[in-house]
Design a protein around this ligand. Structure first.
Ligand SMILES: [Zn+2]
Length: 427
């Protein structure tokens, strides 16, 4: 058996040798506007990539899945046309399975006239690939494909069968990853590709979405003392809710999120009130999100917001009589984490170091499909090229070097994981 370091060099050399090919593929994928619902536009590109190499590739049509028949599935369009595409390194041989999960749907283009280049132009300039879906998440898809290529070029035999699961419908209901678990419920581990600037992420905060409604009494604005201003009352609740967010930022800290101001972001994204400028507002509402710390139950978070609203309303006799109505807009997602000593985590830090990079392990305040996998008991981490803050934005881009570097680290991490599995360690 050769040592890890020369093998890592081989893997990096393969990724470098395929640099232009990989970046051309990324640019071409960005030119396919796979806005959620239209993932089929990239079907041939992905399928062809695996077939060219003689590797097995499978389509899982979303309409044919169990989750496709649920409420989540009924909320999604064109289910007969859309599929998860699973491509293998070679073909499955009956070994345990490790997968790389990478969604390939993208969010719609907003503010098109503010873009420097056409959003679906896939323009390459200044060492970057620009366009909707470049960083989120086609760079992750391409990094995964060329990690497989590097492992094939190096001729290593892995201790597991390795597949890339190209996932549909991540940006909408997230049913794609749920469906992928129907196809492959048993797996040793899954790496979820999302932009993490190359850090390995073994912890995510969860999130709950909420709406608060306040009723007042509308009267002519020339006699406001005879009404009850729902908007003014709501603003006092809004301030109290934001104070809760500031308090939780101090009290609910995760050690892997020490580099950011809060592990549990609380933001009111919508504030609404009134209906007519000459009437005291009779209705007002706000909607927002509250972060959930890994290990914290959803009920604890719900209780904290409920109590904050109750306390804030207690000083207003009208609100005591007409309490604000709190509604939870979704089931929420819990935070999750994987122990730092897990082979999946240490494989990445070893790969980073063998690639001459600092070992970077960070938590993420956003949820992603890794939470679904962790909920199913599967060891999972998040990893990928580029900066999440560039996702869903005007002039979205990913640096070409980031894609190549992430691909090489991913290949080396999978090799290290294979060594650990061969030694009998759990992922
Ligand atoms: Zn994404």
């Amino acid at each position: 058996m050769t040592t890890a370091l020369p093998r890592t060099t081989d893997l990096a050399a393969s990724v470098s040798a395929h640099r232009e090919e990989a970046l051309d593929l990324l640019s071409g994928l960005v030119r396919l506007p796979t806005v959620s619902g239209h993932e089929d536009l990239a079907s041939d590109a992905f399928t062809g990539w695996f077939r060219e190499r003689g590797w097995a590739v499978e389509h899982q049509v979303l309409a044919d899945t169990v989750v496709g028949g649920t409420e989540r599935g009924r909320a999604e369009p064109r289910m007969d046309e859309r599929a998860n595409i699973t491509g293998w390194l070679g073909s499955p041989s009956g070994k345990p399975i490790v997968t790389i999960n990478a969604h390939y749907d993208v969010v719609p283009v907003m503010y098109e006239k503010d873009w420097t280049d056409p959003p679906f132009g896939g323009v390459r300039r200044d060492g970057a690939v620009f366009g909707r879906g470049s960083v989120d998440n086609k760079a992750g898809c391409v990094a995964a494909l060329y990690a497989l290529q590097a492992l094939a070029d190096a001729g290593v035999e892995l201790a597991f069968d390795l597949a890339v699961e190209l996932i549909a419908g991540e940006e909408t209901t997230g049913l794609g990853t749920i469906a992928s678990l129907e196809a492959r419920p048993d797996r040793l581990a899954t790496v979820v590709m999302e932009p993490t600037t190359g850090a390995v992420v073994p912890a995510n905060s969860g999130v709950l979405f909420f709406t608060v409604e306040v009723a007042g009494r509308d009267v002519h604005t020339s006699q406001p003392w005879r009404g009850e201003d729902a908007l003014a009352k709501l603003v006092s609740l809004y301030l109290a809710v934001n104070e809760l967010g500031a308090r939780r930022a101090e009290t609910h800290r995760h050690p892997l999120m020490a580099h950011v101001p809060t592990s549990v972001p609380l933001v009111v994204g919508v504030l609404n009130g009134g209906g007519w400028r000459a009437a005291v507002p009779a209705h007002a509402s706000m909607s927002g999100r509250i972060g959930v710390l890994p290990g914290e139950s959803l009920q604890e978070v719900r209780d904290a917001l409920t109590e904050t609203l109750r306390a804030a309303a207690a000083s207003d006799p009208w609100l005591v009589e007409h309490p604000p109505v709190l509604r939870w807009d979704n089931d929420g997602s819990i935070g999750w984490e994987l122990p730092l000593e897990s082979a999946l985590v240490t494989s990445f830090t070893a790969a980073q170091q063998a690639s001459g990079l600092p070992a970077r392990v960070e938590g993420l305040t956003a949820g992603c499909d890794a939470g679904v996998l962790r909920g199913a008991g599967i060891p999972a981490v998040v990893f990928g090229p580029g900066d999440l803050s560039r996702a869903h934005s005007v002039d979205e881009y990913v640096l070409e070097d980031e894609v190549i570097e992430a691909s090489a680290v991913l290949a080396a991490a999978l090799l290290a994981l294979s060594d650990a599995v061969a030694r009998g360690e759990a992922a």
